[in-house]
Design a protein around this ligand. Structure first.
Ligand code: DGY
Length: 435
């Protein structure tokens, strides 16, 4: 275990940049990514609090004036990634910062619960509380922006307008959306990801064409939220994204209560969560599938598939105890079979399951961390321990990869790790799980 911890720290330290943020991994992802930084800050909190603070601060430095927190901050130049700053052109938006280039997309809003984790992990409570006080309003403003601009029906369920906002970039979930996007231009582009990682482990070119098209629509309207609501063919209420938001709302409530004197913000956060949880249970729960699902707001239809995201509402205390039991019993028959590691990112019984391809099947450490905490919070300690042990086993056998094959047989030879190696959040969350 000591060796494993040391190696994890080595990975994290190696990815930390002179400008005070971490890259997810070398080559493939040469900038700062939003939810990556959140998970990385949790890892650093265990042994280097200066770096943990810096990770969060450098991300928040690039917050837009309307509260929006972007998914990538291009702190430095690099030609090893596509699409870069010159493609995204955040400067089109009047709200984008002048001193940072970013994307006009966001990612699952983890920062609220990251601040709370930092508060619990770090021993010097005065120091961590001072840090939280300095930054908590920025996170609150981000949530406010999401509820005010991405919830056109005032349901308490915010939408994402791009698959890269989901975090589960090429999930088969989105295939049904791509099918609606007929008659779109064919863009000319040169990918860089497939020069770092075998193409069989990455999204297809056709998928990239859809990804770029969605951004072109937003750019054509200077990333204006109302225009995106009106025009984007991709408007999804995603259970993972909304679960992260609800969990982060609760974390902000807990932290504001410790700080004191913020009744109004606490009441706002509570009202958001009451409505969000109600709609989550009414609209996103599929009684036949016995799972939370995605909702396609643009085409007004549920996307009826299960994935590792289906577990995420447990982490945000969305279901009551009976529903939690129903979900866990059911999902374990799908994802918990002997021959698989927990937790495949997509339904292993589906013909769309691909155990090597990014978010179409492989196990991801951040989702396992979310599933672990979700199971624990409902008292499923044995199952939670299984998730934790299998996570440690995957990393021990293969190294700190970005994602892992869910099929146990593949790991006999120790070559079941895919995507980038020395991947920051795999290291950061392992450190947290081992503590
Ligand atoms: C990528 O380029 O694959 C990233 O995950 C997008 O955020």
């Amino acid at each position: 275990i000591d060796n494993l911890l040391d190696s994890a720290k080595q990975v994290l330290n190696g990815n930390f940049q002179p400008k005070g943020f971490s890259i997810p991994c070398d080559g493939l992802y040469p900038f700062q990514w939003n939810w990556d930084s959140g998970f990385i800050a949790i890892g650093f909190s265990h042994y280097d609090f200066e770096k943990a603070k810096s990770e969060v601060k450098t991300l928040l430095d690039a917050q837009w004036s309307n509260g929006f927190i972007p998914h990538i901050v291009f702190h430095n130049e690099s030609d090893s990634y596509f699409p870069g700053a010159e493609f995204h052109k955040s400067e089109l938006s009047p709200y984008a910062p002048k001193d940072h280039k970013t994307t006009g997309l966001t990612q699952p809003p983890v920062l609220g619960f990251v601040l709370e984790e930092m508060y619990h992990i770090h021993k010097n409570k005065d120091e961590v509380l001072a840090f939280v006080k300095n930054h908590i309003d920025q996170v609150f403003n981000c949530h406010k922006h999401l509820y005010e601009h991405r919830d056109p029906k005032n349901e308490g369920l915010v939408y994402i307008y791009h698959n890269w906002e989901s975090g589960t970039d090429n999930s088969p979930m989105w295939d049904e959306v791509w099918e609606t996007m007929t008659d779109i231009p064919t863009y000319e582009f040169e990918r860089r990801d497939t020069s770092h990682v075998d193409a069989s482990q990455r999204p297809s070119n056709q998928e990239y064409n859809y990804y770029l098209h969605l951004i072109e629509i937003a750019k054509a309207h200077n990333y204006d939220d109302a225009k995106i609501t009106e025009l984007s063919p991709f408007l999804i209420q995603d259970p993972l994204f909304n679960a992260m938001l609800i969990k982060s709302n609760q974390a902000l409530i807990n932290l504001y209560e410790i700080i004191g004197g913020e009744t109004e913000k606490i009441n706002t956060l509570k009202a958001w969560n009451t409505l969000s949880k109600k709609s989550f249970n009414d609209k996103l729960y599929d009684k036949e599938l016995k799972a939370y699902i995605h909702y396609d707001l643009r085409n007004d239809r549920p996307l009826r598939h299960v994935s590792s995201s289906s577990f995420s509402p447990l982490f945000a205390s969305v279901p009551d105890a009976d529903r939690a039991k129903e979900i866990i019993d059911n999902l374990m028959t799908v994802f918990g079979k002997e021959e698989f590691y927990l937790c495949a990112s997509f339904d292993p019984n589906s013909d769309k399951f691909n155990p090597k391809k990014y978010w179409r099947g492989p196990v991801w450490i951040n989702l396992n961390w979310i599933v672990f905490h979700g199971l624990k919070s409902y008292g499923y300690n044995e199952l939670a321990t299984r998730v934790k042990n299998e996570t440690i086993e995957l990393i021990t056998k293969n190294g700190f990869y970005e994602y892992f094959d869910a099929r146990k047989e593949i790991h006999e030879s120790g070559s079941g790790g895919y995507g980038g190696n020395n991947f920051s959040w795999s290291a950061a969350l392992l450190i947290d799980l081992l503590k």
